[in-house]
Design a protein. Structure first.
Lengths: 79, 359
């Protein structure tokens, strides 16, 4: 995935995870406390989802690098 | 693989049940919150997730309760809407046990909704003009009894946290997942050290133990970081601050830093087997410090977390049977997902080591 190759995008995603509560609170001061604080639960689920996705994207980038490496040594690596 | 399917099913179940099952009705606040002895008090109770108008007012009963033998029943109850009801209380001349003030629990018994309770809802002070000797008989005339106990599938209502009680199915399983992954990691390190002198056979390498130990620790650390961040978000809206130097917050942060050092140690040797050997020893020590840091020290000090100061992590107050039916599947689901991701990491590292000629 070339889309994720830029390290900047990853950093933006990570920053969003950290500033998520602030982002969600923007515009309405009590967004997280409305309707029985259900948005705290939404935020928690989103943070876990983002954490797993960021880890998987990083793993995929490592795999891509390995694939390229193996392609270069294709003559030695026959399977 | 069956356990990967199981993990997906359990996480989907935890997400659906954890978000869709309603809370029990509760009382958010009571007005007025103070009173004096001898007063005739009109008390308004504000419900959460309640449906007061589903039953006629004559069948709904309210109390201001001091303990099991002292309670005042509300008279002339009016249901204003689904979340508001009003009742008159004629406060007795004296307080129970001759106290100067008492905190009374608001108690509602509703045929359709069941029981709702707000602890320490109203404060009653002894007024000097009504003081007398002996206890007022009104305290024991209408005790809390003949309740409509509902047994439907609902989560308990707790003040301050409200719906965020559902975080129990997402924040807490991170820590259980971390524990299982760190146990697996320590076990692989032990296996590595036990086999450190056995020669590698065909398709069998002792470096595989090291790879597994590192991958399990890595995903455990990922779960720990997610647990810490989600905990901070929850804390911001339940305790008022994202980081309040709570003993459990501090100790988990220390534990995560100890595990962070494991990766630095493991990568700081040119010779992979030497690094693996030292990292394995360190990993076992790290696990040995993890147990007191997460489970012993936080119980010795006051903590904002439930179950601190000596109790088991979850008492019957924090987790009822309905929550258990979502909580335990969620723990299994998230932990299996952690092992799934760790397996991908192990398979990657196996290929990488083979490609670079390390193994």
């Amino acid at each position: 995935m070339k889309f994720f190759k830029t390290r900047k995008l990853l950093i933006i995603i990570l920053l969003q995870a950290i500033y998520l509560p602030a982002l969600l609170a923007y515009g309405s001061s009590d967004f997280m406390r409305e309707t029985g604080k259900i948005n705290v639960v939404v935020g928690v689920i989103l943070l876990i989802f983002l954490g797993i996705i960021v880890y998987l994207v990083r793993l995929e980038r490592k795999l891509t690098k390995l694939e390229h490496q193996l392609k270069d040594e294709k003559n030695e690596w026959t399977n | 693989m069956w356990w990967k399917t199981l993990s997906v099913i359990l996480i989907v179940y935890a997400l659906l049940a954890g978000l869709l099952v309603p809370l029990k009705p509760g009382i958010t606040y009571v007005q007025p919150a103070t009173g004096k002895t001898g007063q005739d008090l009109t008390v308004q109770m504000h419900g959460y997730n309640s449906f007061y108008s589903r039953s006629p007012a004559a069948e709904v009963r309210v109390w201001l309760e001091f303990d099991s033998t002292h309670a005042l029943a509300g008279q002339n109850l009016r249901i204003l809407n689904d979340t508001t009801l009003e009742a008159n209380f004629s406060l007795p001349r004296t307080l129970p046990e001759g106290r100067a003030f008492v905190m009374l629990n608001a108690f509602i018994d509703h045929p359709a909704d069941g029981i709702s309770l707000l602890p320490a809802a109203v404060e009653i002070r002894q007024d000097s003009s009504t003081s007398g000797s002996g206890e007022d008989a009104r305290w024991s005339q209408n005790l809390v009894k003949e309740l409509h106990v509902k047994s439907d599938f609902t989560f308990p209502y707790r003040n301050v946290i409200y719906e965020s009680i559902r975080n129990t199915y997402f924040h807490v399983p991170m820590w259980f997942g971390l524990m299982f992954l760190f146990i697996a990691s320590a076990w692989q390190s032990i296996l590595f050290l036990r086999n450190v002198n056995t020669p590698d056979g065909p398709g069998r390498s002792k470096l595989d133990y090291d790879r597994k130990a590192a991958a399990y620790a890595e995903i455990g650390l990922l779960f720990g970081i997610m647990g810490l961040i989600t905990g901070m978000l929850w804390a911001k809206y339940a305790w008022g601050a994202a980081w309040s130097n709570d003993i459990k917050q501090l100790m988990t942060a220390v534990a995560l830093l100890i595990y962070l050092a494991y990766f630095i140690l493991r990568r700081s040797f040119d010779e992979p087997e030497k690094g693996a050997r030292l990292a394995a020893v360190y990993n076992i020590f790290a696990f040995a410090t993890l147990i007191p840091l997460l489970y012993v020290v936080p119980r010795l000090f006051a903590s904002l977390h439930p179950g601190a100061t000596g109790n088991p992590a979850f008492g019957s107050q924090d987790l009822d049977n309905t929550m258990r039916m979502v909580f335990y599947p969620s723990i299994i689901g998230w932990s299996l997902l952690g092992f799934w991701i760790a397996q991908l990491r192990i398979r990657y590292q196996r290929l990488m080591d083979r490609a670079t000629g390390l193994d």
